[in-house]
Write a protein that binds this ligand. Structure first.
Ligand code: SF4
Length: 376
């Protein structure tokens, strides 16, 4: 059986575990180049103006791969529910077909739907080796997703306790460890990399600080996880000494979407409770999470919330008006950054800096007794 070449779109660190997953299954994975403005321009050129930003960037990824390499098929995640994510596969397939690329897609979706179809798609390309290779592919994929997420959590929690210079060094080392994770195919080595990261990070001189500002990052999964479309907001805040709590990690998302959904466990129950009385049901994408986590941030005395989403993202636009109300009622500053292909980096950065000034001044006023904070 030939070794089929498969390509994927980029999203944060997910290409690290996806590449290993596909390789272990028996495919030859082909990665697109890192996302740049050119990727976005290319994707936007062939999609309708109102299409979601992630769809445009994904399409740009596929087109850049197709320009220089020769994939046999495309592998992507899909979704269900009241937003456009479930249509992505078909839309992208049609656009590529209209451009002369008639490629099959394997779309892996939450196992409420089409799961047998996904398995049939895999076996069509891999034959019997699919079942043989699956356990190892899942193991390496899961371990890499977990380890990259743990590394990011360690980085984000340590940064505010370091000097400016050491924060830069911390992020530099984090990037180095990511490369090491990407390059290994052994789960044992992954554990060693994580242990080494813990040791290196523990050796950094910490400066005890009483005034650590805490910001929660909420929003649509792609915009939260892909630094190229959010102008590295997480890293920028972290380098400013802000403690960033990211609310979406890919390993947790996989766990919820694949395992908990398969077992029919209602993992959104606690989120619905947290979001009450502002919102009581799933509205597609990460809209419910955005509201629930904003309420949580207020309850846990965070200094602010940053919402990241594509412009025109239905669940996030609905959530945005709700969290505006949460912000007023619970007195927590919220910055909503809605991105599209026309968003200028300079403008977004100015807004982020102004937001950081705002939360810092607000805390200074509160500590000096000039302001008050209502909390639930
Ligand atoms: S969550 Fe938002 S960006 Fe993603 S597909 Fe749905 S509407 Fe589009």
């Amino acid at each position: 059986m030939p070794r089929y070449k498969v390509t994927i779109a980029r999203m944060g660190t997910s290409n690290i575990f996806l590449r290993s997953f596909l390789e272990e299954l028996g495919f030859e994975p082909l990665l697109p180049p890192p996302i740049t403005q050119e990727t976005l321009s290319l994707g936007s050129r062939y999609t309708p103006e109102f299409a979601c930003l992630p769809l445009k960037v994904n399409l740009g990824n596929y087109l850049q791969t197709l320009e220089t390499q020769d994939p046999d098929l495309i592998f992507m995640a899909g979704g269900i529910g009241p937003c456009r994510f479930g249509l992505y596969g078909e839309v992208q397939k049609e656009i590529l077909r209209s451009l002369g690329y008639d490629l099959p897609f394997i779309v892996i979706e939450p196992p409420k739907k089409h799961f047998t179809e996904v398995i049939q798609n895999f076996t069509r390309f891999l034959g019997g080796k699919f079942w043989r290779n699956l356990p190892r592919a899942i193991r390496i994929c899961w371990c890499k997703a977990k380890v990259t997420d743990v590394l990011d959590k360690m980085t984000l929690s340590l940064a505010p306790h370091l000097s400016v210079e050491w924060r830069k060094e911390l992020w530099r080392k984090r990037d180095e460890f990511l490369i090491a994770i990407d390059q290994t195919g052994k789960t044992g080595r992954l554990k060693a990399i994580l242990a080494e990261a813990e040791e290196v990070f523990a050796s950094f001189p910490q400066e005890p600080r009483a005034d650590v500002f805490r910001v929660m990052v909420v929003g649509e999964i792609y915009t939260v996880l892909e630094p190229a479309v959010n102008f590295q907001v997480e890293r920028r805040l972290s380098l400013m000494g802000i403690e960033v709590t990211r609310t979406i990690y890919i390993s947790e998302w996989i766990w919820q979407q694949i395992i908990l959904n398969f077992l029919r466990i209602d993992w959104q129950k606690s989120l619905r409770e947290e979001a009450k009385p502002y919102l009581s049901r799933f509205i597609g994408g990460h809209g419910l999470e955005t509201v629930a986590y904003t309420v949580r941030a207020a309850r846990r005395h965070y200094d602010g919330v940053v919402q990241l989403a594509p412009l025109g993202c239905m669940p996030e636009v609905a959530a945005m008006s709700i969290i505006g109300q949460v912000s007023k009622e619970r007195q927590i500053p919220v910055l909503s950054l809605l991105m599209d292909e026309h968003t200028a980096e300079a403008g977004a950065l100015t807004r982020i800096e102004a937001f950081v000034d705002l939360i810092q001044n607000r805390k200074a006023r509160t500590s000096s007794g000039l302001g008050s904070r209502a909390r639930s």
